[in-house]
Design a protein around this ligand. Structure first.
Ligand code: ATP
Ligand code: MG
Length: 400
């Protein structure tokens, strides 16, 4: 899969950008605060329909444009998938509702036809590496869930649908739990929500089990190479409601992630529903749902050591890179198309050997956009064969 053209309109510091995107590697070069990361963010939005790091979508709209009562940021792209050309457009619209409150909403157009975001997901795939994403390895469980959810939703839109359904049900069930905690009432009212929670939850757990195990297969191989055989990487999925009975109530040993692939969605649904019922009293005491995929975690183990706790900076960074490359393999295996790779300041903080290993892998990918403030980090032979865009103050110049 590859992007062939990108246009931005009032997106971040780009009031207007229009550029043909070449195949292979493109280096996006410029000093700090010129718009390099913003370009990657825009391309990623076409795949995930959400920004990895903006806390509100309104932030994506150009400041000056956003002063208007109604303002629109637009990302338009042409891309090729399986030899066919398509167009994709994402609009972020800021407007006022009838009460005068400001709100932002998104629109997606696939081949010029307006679609729900859920329907537009999966058309275009991209994998994004941002240095700020180290939280995926060393941050909170919610950072890791978000990482898995974004990667999987791009490929399996049904997963995104179940996730949205699940989160809604958790909120509604929690509201009822609070009410039962404060005022008492008929607990059988929970049956209705538990049924839905079990259905959506089982789909999420089933998909996470498979996806994490598939990711691990590529990740272990890549990590072994990137660390020159020093580290064996394992991905340890830790579901908050675990279909595997824990021996003596203990978690299994750290260096031996459990294999849960034998569980069918039906079995998971029955098990999760029963666990919710058994845990009802506890949930009412707490006034919230204590079990389920909204509390899942994922750990990264190198030679049996939890990198989230003990990883060095370089180790954590290498692991994140490994994960991103494994994501490329996973998307390719699942969809038959290679996603576009977006790498932000990827070589910084890597030792020269790891830099060389990473650049050596780039030809495997159809298209990569990579930002840097410092071209000297890249091997001259690599720079010679790559295309280059210079970015200055929201303007792009294609280097000759
Ligand atoms: N909504 C917005 N409207 C206008 N400008 C914005 C908006 N959001 C961010 N900016 C500005 O856009 C500029 C470019 O940001 P970006 O993160 O893309 O820079 P960068 O080239 O990646 O820099 P660095 O090398 O420091 O990472 C910054 O000065 C930022 O303040
Ligand atoms: Mg940047």
């Amino acid at each position: 899969m590859r992007l062939t053209h990108l246009s931005l309109h009032n997106f971040r510091n780009f009031s207007r950008l229009d550029v043909d995107v070449p195949p292979g590697s493109t280096l996006i070069v410029g000093p700090n605060a010129q718009g390099k990361t913003s370009i990657l963010e825009a391309v990623y939005l076409l795949a995930a329909f959400t920004s990895f790091h903006a806390s509100s979508e309104r932030e994506l709209i150009n400041f000056i444009e956003a002063r208007q009562p109604t303002a629109v940021a637009r990302i338009q792209a042409e891309f090729e998938r399986g030899g066919r050309s398509h167009t994709l457009e994402v609009r972020i619209i800021k407007e006022r509702d009838r009460q005068g409150r400001e709100r932002a909403r998104k629109q997606a157009l696939v081949d010029k036809v307006q679609k729900k975001v859920g329907e537009a997901l999966g058309q275009f795939n991209a994998v994004l590496f941002l240095p700020q994403m180290l939280g995926v390895v060393e941050g909170s469980p919610s950072d890791r869930r978000r990482y898995v959810d974004l990667a999987v939703s791009q490929v399996l839109p049904a997963y995104a649908g179940h996730l949205a359904g699940y989160n809604k049900v958790v909120a509604q069930r929690n509201a009822l739990l609070k009410q039962l905690q404060e005022n008492g009432g008929d607990r059988a009212q929970l049956d209705f929500w538990d049924e839905r929670l079990a259905r959506h939850g089982a789909h999420i757990i089933h998909t996470r089990i498979a996806a994490i195990q598939e990711l691990e297969q590529s990740a272990a191989r890549i990590h072994h190479d990137l660390t020159r055989t020093l580290e064996v990487l394992r991905l340890d999925y830790r579901p908050a409601w675990d279909p595997l009975p824990a021996p003596n109530g203990q978690r299994p040993l750290l260096d031996a992630p459990a294999d849960r692939r034998g569980f069918t969605p039906g079995k998971l649904e029955d098990g999760f529903r029963a666990a919710l019922a058994a845990n009802r009293q506890e949930d009412i005491w707490r006034g919230s749902t204590t079990l389920g995929p909204h509390r899942d975690d994922l750990r990264f183990l190198a030679n049996g050591i939890d990198l989230g706790v003990y990883g060095s900076r370089g180790q954590v960074r290498t692991t994140l890179l490994t994960l991103k490359m494994a994501e490329v393999d996973w998307i390719r295996a699942r969809t038959g198309h290679t996603p576009v790779l977006l790498l932000d300041e990827v070589l910084a903080e890597l030792d020269p050997e790891r830099r060389a290993d990473l650049l050596a892998r780039l030809p495997d990918w159809e298209q990569a956009l990579m930002t840097t403030t410092d071209l000297n980090l890249f091997d001259p032979a690599f720079v010679a064969q790559a295309r280059r865009w210079d970015i200055l103050n929201g303007r792009l110049v294609e280097a000759a």
